[in-house]
Design a protein. Structure first.
Length: 260
């Protein structure tokens, strides 16, 4: 797409590919957009051009997808591994960042914050995600049902065909990511997050029920909850214009908060 270029961030494990658009503006944070479990940075394709009119935007392909490196071992696709990739990308950015995590990307963002804190973070947006996919008292968020790498690899292939996904993560990356995502619990770390947080969730989300968004917002001291009526799990596909406008407004608010 016009205005979007690809860059590669070299890491000790291998290259991380990222889509970059817009230009760095003094006193404005870079928006870092993190994809979900089976997708790639391409999930943001309808949102990036709108945001890039006023913001510097980076959307990385974490390991196991796009032009980024692939490891043929499910144990190397844990949330901690993805957070390592994200940290390498963010370390190369000048100035502050508004981190936007969708679905599994929200878990990766929370892992990053748990490990690194909010240094250089102007804000955090969590879309269609949860602090604990299997939290007691909530309907579980079930993206896959297998519990071994082999069964999950086959399930990922079937799911990609069913959803007509053409730009997807490597099957082994999906398998490893689910085995990790189903186990993590970031609820104890939520009250330590001290930057503005936007929690956005669709009321018709079939993959991460909206009660997860409610619970996530309730555990955060500095959050704003938006429940989008009738929206499903992928707001960037269902309402890309509204999402871009919402993220831009949130980033502007983060700038004001930093300035004050």
């Amino acid at each position: 797409m016009s205005g979007i270029r690809k860059v590669w961030v070299e890491t000790p494990q291998g290259p991380i590919e990222a889509a970059v658009a817009g230009r760095v503006v003094a006193d404005r944070p870079t928006l870092v957009l993190v994809h979900g479990i089976q997708g790639t940075q391409a999930v943001w394709d309808a949102v990036i051009p709108v945001l890039a009119q006023d913001w510097h935007v980076i959307a990385p392909n974490l390991r196991g997808r796009g032009g980024s490196f692939v490891v043929n071992n499910a144990e190397h696709y844990r949330m901690t591994d993805f957070a390592d990739d994200l940290a390498e990308v963010m370390d190369g950015i000048a100035g502050n960042v508004v981190l936007v995590g969708w679905s599994m990307g929200g878990l990766v963002a929370l892992e990053h914050l748990q490990r690194r804190g909010s240094d250089r973070m102007a804000g955090l947006a969590l879309l269609s995600t949860s602090a604990c996919l299997q939290a007691e008292g909530l309907e579980p968020a079930v993206w896959f049902r297998g519990n071994t790498p082999d069964t999950l690899v086959e399930e990922a292939r079937v799911r990609a065909r069913r959803l007509k996904l053409t730009d997807t993560a490597a099957d082994i990356a999906v398998a490893g990511a689910w085995l990790s995502a189903a186990q993590v619990d970031y609820r104890p770390a939520l009250d330590s997050i001290d930057v503005p947080v936007l929690v956005l969730h669709g009321t018709a989300d079939p993959e991460c029920p909206p009660d997860h968004g409610n619970a996530l917002a309730a555990g955060l001291a500095t959050s704003r909850l938006e429940l989008w009526q009738g929206c499903g799990h992928v707001p960037m596909a269902e309402q890309p214009g509204a999402l871009a406008e919402t993220l831009a407004a949130f980033a502007s608010g983060c700038c004001a908060a930093v300035a004050s």
